[in-house]
Design a protein around this ligand. Sequence first.
Ligand SMILES: [Mg+2]
Length: 257
Amino acid sequence: MASGRNMIVLLIFAFANKSFSETIIQMHPAAHRAHADDKGSGFYCESWRYSVETNDAGEWRSIPARCIEFVKDYITGERYRSDLEVVAENSLEFVKNVKMVGDGKDAWVFDIDETLLSNVPYYAAHGFGSESFNEKTFNDWVGLAEAPALTASLRLYKELSEMGVTLILLTGREEFQRNATEKNLLDAGFSHWEKLLLRNPLDKGKPATTYKSERRKEIEDEGYTIHGCSGDQWSDLMGYAMGIRSFKLPNPMYYIP
Ligand SMILES: [Mg+2]
């Protein structure tokens, strides 16, 4: 008798469960398609941005035309600032628990563009990444030395400096841009870096991952412990001699291999 009742309960449960599952299965694909096919929607562009930040998008040359407004809203709005704040907070949380050697060789490697300095004023005048990269106009912009600081990164930079961490700047900018870069960094509030490493003529044509890995290896060979690396490109953070932790800052405007 008891097993008969159990059987009825099981059948009711199985039926209800099947109906529930079917309801879910029937509802969601249609809802999902409606969004995914809407190519102008923020939903698509959010998904595209996610794929960029997770490095799933691979090599890409310009942002999708339908996402220009989305990237503009993101990069000039509160969300970008908030994302940068969280990355800086995570970096600080990590470094506060690091056991420092204390010999002046506890290092942190920062990229510069879209990591310490913001080129948003330049990209705002060039389609927020929808236009092909123009080396001449970008170099002209770098020469002006007017890129503002990313506030969250500046705060992290200063806190690391106060904690006695040695700050090393490793950029894809070239040696001829050293003076403008130094002036821009100082004007924006960054100071007391140990090294500012720029591409020299021998680095020309090297993928950023190779160039930056080689430089970090040299840093390690000089006896530094790289506790953290901050960069807006995966090529700032991958390769070898990557340090103990990597911190990826958001950048939906361009991709550097
Ligand atoms: Mg960068």
